[in-house]
Ligand binder design. Structure first.
Ligand code: SAM
Length: 217
């Protein structure tokens, strides 16, 4: 059992207030962020930073995304309980935990073996049980498709056609697209078989590697 005390819950409530002020309006998303014990994802040395609105290193050169980014992408996905969601880039598992709190059925894929193994072991200890996959998520997971929602949590050079192909009718894909330094957040909705694209602000993610991502690390 992880220690989730009064102080940590207080810090988490303050984080939720900050996200609201930054423009996150979806109460379900804010509630979900208010429930996931983000401090449990941090090494002891970094514990005091757990409820800052910042990304942090989690080992293997990777990061746990900034809470605002997690909230923003989650909000844009318009998750309904029971939605089947594919997440590309499991990382620490924090985003997957937020999606599970929103009532989604989550399939998450990670390309780094050590991270995959760590998170597959760790996340269920917090009570969060997505389906874990190891491999190149830039190709999606065709065997489990279609998905109501797809979220990419690494910066892509293009929108992989594999992912739009694996969206169900009415489905939504949220993906940061750009160069290695910064990416524009892109949302794609599949309606009557057509892909409708909306764009938002810039973000900075680690690169999406793989066949339909960046070819070299
Ligand atoms: N969602 C994560 C969280 O909540 O902590 C943050 C993800 S981190 C910003 C991006 C992750 O994408 C890294 O763990 C990286 O190894 C992974 N990644 C990069 N390319 C990938 C690919 N082709 N397939 C699956 N995962 C990939």
């Amino acid at each position: 059992m992880i220690d989730d005390n009064y102080r940590q819950r207080g810090l988490r409530n303050n984080l939720v207030k900050k996200l609201r002020l930054k423009g996150i309006l979806d109460e379900n998303v804010l509630n979900a962020i208010g429930k996931v014990p983000r401090h449990a994802f941090f090494d002891n040395a970094l514990l005091s930073h757990a409820y800052e609105d910042k990304a942090f290193p989690i080992g293997e050169g990777q990061t746990i995304s900034q809470p605002y980014t997690v909230a923003f992408q989650s909000e844009k996905l318009e998750i309904k309980p029971g939605d089947k969601v594919l997440e590309i880039g499991t990382g620490s598992g924090y985003q997957a935990a937020v999606l599970l709190e929103l009532g989604a059925k989550v399939y998450t894929i990670e390309f780094q073996k050590k991270l995959y193994e760590h998170t597959k072991d760790f996340l269920p200890q917090l009570g969060y049980k997505p389906f874990f996959f190891f491999g190149d998520g830039s190709k999606g997971i065709p065997a489990k498709a279609p998905y109501n929602k797809i979220i990419v949590t690494a910066g892509a050079p293009i929108v992989p056609t594999a992912l739009t192909d694996q969206l169900s009718e009415g489905g939504i894909l949220i993906i940061p697209v750009g160069d290695r330094a910064k990416q524009q957040m892109v949302r794609i909705k599949k309606q009557n078989g057509k892909l409708l694209k909306e764009t938002y602000d810039d973000f900075a993610f680690v690169p999406l590697l793989g066949e339909q991502g960046w070819r070299n690390a």
